[in-house]
Ligand binder design. Structure first.
Ligand code: CA
Length: 225
């Protein structure tokens, strides 16, 4: 059962745009470790908390951000390729990410009520997009996913959510977004969409409120019960 607070908002919406990592999957811990270790391999410090703060950026944007902070310059294409390959190699050794039970429960309710279900993720790796279609096969189809491959600008730019509005044909007020990351909330809000934050990570709730979240839940258990 969906709790009353979000249920009232949902009753006025035609669909939900879900972020993927940290919302559909309990995967951010592995991503944070992998980024941290990949940068460490090249002698660069990138604390796990900073991974969460920058979650949602494209890989290139993340690497450039770290280089600007630590080296006062952008990374070269070669450096980006090297670091991202290392991160991909490290995370491949982790167990497959597990879907959040609450996400599956909410999708079952949405499907029953005839609401549209879309995914808007910065990820562009086929491995994860294929897993998504398999793990959520009763609810998600490939034509209802906006991935990193479909946009030029990653979150916090509004382009990913604007692309989802454009492709779905919904107006901003007809949908709501569920996000876990500050930059994801910023992206959705910049696209004019009501945004529910679930704080499944390690950041303070305050950061998600400051990003513009309209509602905030501490975890999936507090959103569906
Ligand atoms: Ca996320």
């Amino acid at each position: 059962m969906i709790i009353k607070e979000i249920g009232e908002v949902l009753s006025q919406k035609k669909g939900v745009f879900f972020d993927m990592d940290g919302v559909l999957y309990d995967s951010m811990g592995a991503h944070a470790d992998a980024w941290n270790k990949a940068f460490h391999h090249f002698g660069i410090d990138f604390p796990r908390e900073m991974v969460y703060q920058n979650e949602g950026r494209t890989a290139k944007s993340t690497i450039n951000l770290v280089f600007q902070k630590n080296e006062d310059r952008l990374a070269t294409d070669f450096e980006i390729e090297q670091i991202y390959s290392k991160k991909t190699e490290i995370i491949a050794a982790y167990p497959d990410a597990v879907p959040f039970e609450g996400a599956l429960m909410l999708m079952a309710d949405l499907k029953r009520e005839g609401k549209a279900i879309w995914v808007v993720t910065g990820s562009s790796q086929d491995k994860y997009l294929e897993a998504l279609l398999n793990d959520f096969k009763d609810y998600i189809s490939a034509d209802r996913i906006i991935s990193g491959k479909n946009v030029k600008h990653g979150k916090p730019h509004p382009e990913p959510y604007l692309a989802a509005l454009d492709k779905s044909g919904f107006l901003a007020h007809e949908v709501l977004v569920i996000e876990n990351a500050p930059l994801g909330v910023e992206s959705a809000k910049a696209a004019g969409i009501f945004t529910v934050a679930i704080n499944t990570g390690i950041l303070d709730d305050r950061i998600l409120w400051e990003s513009g979240a309209d509602l905030l839940f501490s975890d999936w258990q507090n959103l569906v019960e």
